[in-house]
Design a protein around this ligand. Structure first.
Ligand SMILES: *Cc1c(COP(=O)(O)O)cnc(C)c1O
Length: 382
């Protein structure tokens, strides 16, 4: 097996993969309607529930072909009963996307928004639910990938359940990285796609959630043909297959990625991501970079650094310098502040980050950016 050039992706997914996962895609051609292929998907479905410690009697998983946004679309459009309302607890770009999906489907919704660098105020969440008995679905994002803030899902879920609402959480940027216990975390539905924490490839997305709620949703309005949760679940239960053509090669890679996930183990994997994250923070601190999210609110996977006030700073130039040397950095996703992101996803470890910061430091020198980086007095103090 020939080694493939290894790029270190510090963007928030797709992530750096192992060669064994890359090569797992190279298989004899197969029609995905064969029993052999359905058997593979059954194994994946079970493993996906196991990763979040779900009781297989109560929880199931449903696979879709598409990128992660598809999951947000599916849970919102499929799990809302007629005449009821969605509450989005929104403090960032991915919850904003959920609001947009509600708007596109014309779903009655409340956009309960909070500043992007603050944890949502639980009292306001509770008041909103108390004041509006029509809310049947509460949605939020676990790790807002745009900033790296960690949201208190266990607490939000507890409140949602107190008012009888279903709780759906976008865990795309924590699933299979930061440990989740679906039941203890009060999550009814979580989601991710194969190219993030599982460190496989794009094309496969999945929702893990409560069987009883999916079955209830059979009688809810069918608002989408391709993206309906009950329809896809029902097809899987009856035939073991995806309703429409699955991403065949990505599924082979995911089987291998799951093997590697369980071989490394939840605890060891999270410890590795934490090592990487700490190394990123140390590197940024040493160069004087400010970050958007306070250390105590960081989810431990995404660092969001503020552009320095230096006329020589050019994200593009620094990006290109690093990219040419095998390291990918990523722009931020906040409309009010210019930021860039460095993420701890993927099959990488501490030495990769040490190597990155040598290149990054050279890039700053090469551009003439002074180090430690400067911020204007009276500028944003973060
Ligand atoms: C990556 C990501 C998604 C999915 O984005 P796609 O571009 O559709 O893959 C959704 N939610 C969060 C929190 C993410 O980090």
């Amino acid at each position: 097996m020939e080694k493939i050039k290894r790029n270190i992706l510090l963007n928030p997914g797709p992530a750096t993969t192992t060669d064994t996962v890359k090569y797992a895609q190279i298989v004899p051609d197969i029609c995905p309607r064969e029993k052999e292929f359905a058997g593979m998907m059954k194994g994946i479905r079970n493993d996906l529930v196991k990763i979040v410690h779900g009781d297989p009697e109560k929880y199931t998983s449903v696979l879709f072909c598409g990128s992660g946004t598809l999951n947000i679309d599916v849970v919102l459009n499929s799990l809302l009963p007629e005449g009821k309302k969605v509450l989005v607890v929104n403090n960032g770009a991915y919850s904003e996307r959920a609001v947009e999906i509600c708007r596109y489907y014309g779903l009655p919704h409340i956009d309960l928004s909070f500043p992007v660098d603050e944890v949502p105020d639980l009292e306001r969440v509770e008041q909103t639910l108390k004041n509006d008995p029509d809310i049947a679905l509460v949605h939020t994002t676990h790790n807002e990938t745009g900033t790296g803030i960690l949201n208190p899902v266990r607490e939000i879920g507890k409140i949602a359940h107190r008012y009888g609402a279903v709780f759906t959480v976008d865990t795309t940027s924590t699933y299979a990285m930061r440990p989740i216990n679906i039941e203890e975390d009060n999550i009814d539905f979580c989601m991710a796609s194969a190219q993030k924490g599982l460190t496989a490839f794009t094309g496969l997305s999945f929702i893990v959630g409560k069987r009883s709620e999916i079955e209830k949703s059979r009688d809810y309005p069918r608002r989408s043909y391709y993206c309906n949760l009950y329809m896809q679940y029902d097809f899987f239960e009856r035939t073991g297959e995806m309703h429409f053509t699955p991403p065949v090669q990505t599924i082979y890679a995911t089987v291998q990625a799951l093997k590697e996930y369980f071989a490394e183990g939840e605890e060891a994997k999270w410890a590795r991501h934490t090592r990487v994250f700490n190394a990123i923070n140390e590197g940024l601190d040493a160069l004087g970079f400010r970050q958007v999210i306070k250390p105590e609110n960081r989810a431990g996977l995404v660092c969001s650094a503020v552009y320095p006030d230096d006329p020589e700073w050019s994200f593009e130039k620094i990006h290109d310098y690093c990219y040419e040397r095998g390291f990918t950095i990523y722009p931020g996703k906040i409309s009010t502040t210019n930021t860039f992101r460095l993420c701890a996803l993927g099959a990488i470890d501490e030495p990769d980050i040490k190597a990155f910061f040598e290149i990054f430091r050279d890039a700053l020198d090469c551009c003439g950016v002074s180090v430690p980086v400067k911020y204007d007095v009276g500028g944003r103090d973060k």
